[in-house]
Design a protein around this ligand. Structure first.
Ligand SMILES: Cc1ncc(COP(=O)(O)O)c(C=O)c1O
Length: 364
């Protein structure tokens, strides 16, 4: 037996079965236009940087375990009570807590397929029964199928990833009314849509909304996310939360970010403006583009012979990469393999993208 085999034989079989999540590439070299993981192209607000730096003087001490002040600040932002908020090491942490509390081998968890591919990985890590729901029509919500699916826990990504579309509020409301389990609306991209279902929490104690500071707040590197729900749901998540799941710097930065909401309204506004401008440009090229309300566009490229399909999408993906422009290509699903997902960068980054696409179109 090799050392690898011997050690594997000691591991829990559920771990050996996990196909690990594959995050988008993180390239730290200069000279790349990075449009692959939906980060903000704008720096965090100066108030956030000051708050984070001030906190560095106190790192010898553990952070506040429940991140109480951050929870209160998030609650104030949404007109909720602090008991309705849990903070996490990124919203991924909150998604993981939800999986661990509300799913197992007998309690099925699911999501639409395709959507955020971390959900089934977290389910596998927990040994949970996983079931996905296919889209019958591209990115239209099949409310009846979700209701009838026997789910204890269901993740609805809205704005949806990778399409960027927002499901009609009335349909989410209908789902919240009819669904018998815990319904999680993952609003990681919610600030770019300018709408949220958080106001529905008053009526639906089994509804959970998750949000993140990674996208609209330009703080992906600090890992701050949160979930809001009824105090009963939050209380259960808190039972198994790591005591110090948010470090001091992250807690201080999150509070400062919400205190400087005006700065972020401006950067979010710029991103939405650039997104809508380029959506129009892609449509002018004759490409299909979903009406994204997130900080990315999901586009179906056509080559200069009017062809589209997986080979065309992959050819553009490779051409962009060769020219140091990184976007995301999801080859594994029929609804995604003709498309590229392009994060919205700042105007300079988008000009480089556009110029590189133009050169691909002219076969240069
Ligand atoms: C739909 C969705 N949910 C959640 C996340 C995780 O965000 P965070 O950085 O807060 O863990 C992402 C990140 O890409 C995402 O796309």
């Amino acid at each position: 037996m090799s050392v690898g085999e011997e050690i594997s034989s000691l591991a829990s079989p559920k771990v050996l079965e996990v196909a690990p999540y594959v995050p988008g590439a993180q390239i730290n070299e200069a000279g790349w236009v990075k449009l692959n993981t939906n980060e903000s192209p704008y720096p965090a607000s100066p108030m956030v940087i000051d708050a984070a730096q001030a906190e560095l003087d106190r790192v010898a001490l553990y952070p506040d375990p429940p991140a109480r002040r951050l929870r209160e600040r998030i609650a104030k932002h949404w007109g909720l009570s602090a008991e309705q908020v849990i903070a996490g090491n990124g919203s991924d942490d909150v998604l993981n807590l939800l999986i661990r509390v509300f799913s197992d081998a007998d309690r099925t968890v699911g999501a639409m397929e395709p959507s955020y591919s971390l959900y089934p990985v977290l389910a596998a890590c927990n040994g949970s029964n996983w079931k996905s729901v296919p889209f019958e029509q591209p990115f239209r919500l099949p409310v009846d199928q979700i209701v009838a699916g026997g789910f204890n826990l269901f993740f609805l990504t809205c704005p949806h990833a990778p399409s960027g579309v927002v499901f009609p509020r009335a349909e989410i409301e209908e789902l919240a009314e009819r669904f018998q389990g815990i319904l999680v609306v993952d609003e990681a991209y919610g600030d770019f849509a300018g709408e949220s279902v958080i106001s529905l929490l008053k009526r639906f104690p089994r509804l959970v909304v998750t949000r993140t500071f990674s996208k609209s707040f330009g703080l992906a590197g600090l890992r701050i996310g949160y979930g809001v729900s009824s105090p009963e749901v939050i209380g259960l998540l808190d039972r198994i939360r790591d005591s110090y799941n948010l470090d001091r710097v992250a807690q201080a930065a999150g509070i400062a970010a919400l205190d400087d909401w005006g700065y972020y309204e401006a950067t979010i506004g710029k991103t939405c403006y650039v997104r809508d401008f380029y959506r129009n440009e892609f449509e002018n090229l004759g490409w299909d583009v979903y009406p994204s309300q997130a900080n990315f566009l999901f586009v179906r490229p056509q080559n200069n012979e009017g062809e589209f399909g997986p080979e065309v999408a992959e050819s553009l993906f490779k051409h962009l990469k060769e020219n140091r422009v990184l976007v995301r290509y999801f080859a594994s699903h029929a609804l995604t393999r003709d498309f590229l997902r392009i994060s919205i960068g700042d105007e300079d980054q988008m000009l480089v993208l556009w110029d590189t696409i133009t050169r691909w179109l002219s076969n240069e």
